[in-house]
Ligand binder design. Structure first.
Ligand SMILES: Cc1cc2nc3c(=O)[nH]c(=O)nc-3n(C[C@H](O)[C@H](O)[C@H](O)COP(=O)(O)OP(=O)(O)OC[C@H]3O[C@@H](n4cnc5c(N)ncnc54)[C@H](O)[C@@H]3O)c2cc1C
Length: 305
């Protein structure tokens, strides 16, 4: 067994195993496994005000195809429909998606040490980080892998575990300053459900990803955007991006630039440029800022149409 495999004191949960199995095969994950059994946690419940709570065991395919989710939270449904492959979506759970481990090829290589495997530094930083972050806010330069977390951040979702309730996505995943972790779950803590506020009157939402092949790949950059346009101006905007930072990122400068402004081409173009506000790209990741700008502009243009 490799010296650089993940050392875990608590057993690792397995939901559908679409992430975990690969790490078991390579030896990156070792130690005990607990198969999660969350009876009743595979459905979607609706409150009287139209808010949804999704069980952690609901599959990505369920989220993608549920008619009511598609109507109330179209950005979430589109994100689910766009990730991985039909086969993976059919099995993978939304809880497992949020808690999945980094896709960094150094982390996934059982023979290379890295921060997430008890090493002292991030080999991608001085190595090949073509798919790394463009907002370099943590010691590990791998972007967070969860597409669902991006959409759930845009929808102001909260997560309940078997120990805690009401965790925002930043509270669940942390801010990325701990390069060893992909999330802030305690050892043995299980996600039980994800709740979203009821959609706002008249809101529209879209999701788009830039990807190096048409499917079966994590995106280079992905964006989920929601907005309400009332009386000829943006009255509400939420934009979250993935693939660019150690955690899903709210694009606050873009949101602020749109608030109260008419949805014109010029306003949208200017606001989209601000998506790169605060970026600190690595030598190989400047290209992601162009992709981010383009995705934000495209989504806002679609929403405004
Ligand atoms: C080709 C391919 C392309 C992909 N593309 C994307 C993509 O674009 N975007 C994206 O987001 N994902 C992508 N994925 C990853 C896929 O979405 C995840 O593997 C899947 O969502 C994990 O869910 P699971 O139920 O199989 O989790 P598992 O593999 O069972 O578990 C994953 C991790 O989460 C932990 N875990 C699982 N459930 C819980 C819980 N309820 N509480 C606490 N911890 C838990 C486990 O201990 C484990 O560490 C892709 C996968 C493949 C193979």
């Amino acid at each position: 067994m490799s010296e650089t495999a993940t050392m875990t004191s608590a057993p690792e949960f397995r939901a559908a195993g679409t992430d975990l199995s690969e790490r078991r095969r390579t030896g990156v994950s070792r130690g005990a496994i607990v198969d999660l059994a969350l009876p009743g946690d595979d459905g979607i419940a609706w409150s009287a005000d139209g808010a949804a709570t999704i069980g952690a065991f609901a599959t990505i395919a369920t989220v993608a195809s549920d008619r009511k989710i598609g109507e109330a939270y179209p950005g979430l449904a589109a994100t689910a429909a766009g990730l991985a492959t039909p086969q993976i979506r059919h099995l993978a759970t939304i809880g497992g998606n949020l808690a999945q481990r980094s896709r960094c090829w150094y982390f996934r290589n059982p023979h290379i040490a890295c921060l997430k495997k008890g090493g002292s530094d991030c080999p991608a930083r001085s190595g090949n980080h073509l798919y790394g972050v463009a907002f370099d806010t943590g010691p590990c330069v791998a972007p967070h892998p969860s597409s669902m977390a991006v959409a759930l951040l845009a929808y102001d979702a909260t997560v309940a575990t078997d120990r805690r309730k009401g965790l925002s996505i930043p509270e669940l995943l942390g801010d990325g300053s701990d390069g060893r972790a992909d999330h802030g779950l305690q050892p043995g803590e299980a996600i039980r459900s994800i709740a979203m506020p009821a959609p706002l009157a008249g809101e529209r939402a879209r999701y788009k990803r830039a990807i190096s092949r048409s499917y079966a790949e994590w995106p280079l950059v992905e964006v989920c955007a929601r907005a309400v346009i009332a009386d000829g101006a943006f009255s509400f905007v939420r934009i979250a991006a993935g693939g660019v930072a150690p955690r899903p990122l709210r694009l606050i400068a873009t949101e602020t630039a749109l608030a109260g402004r008419p949805p014109t081409e010029a306003t949208i173009a200017n606001a989209a440029k601000l998506a790169a506000d605060g970026a600190t790209p690595l030598p190989m990741t400047s290209y992601k800022l162009e992709l981010l700008n383009g995705l934000v502009r495209d989504l806002l243009t679609q929403i405004a149409a």
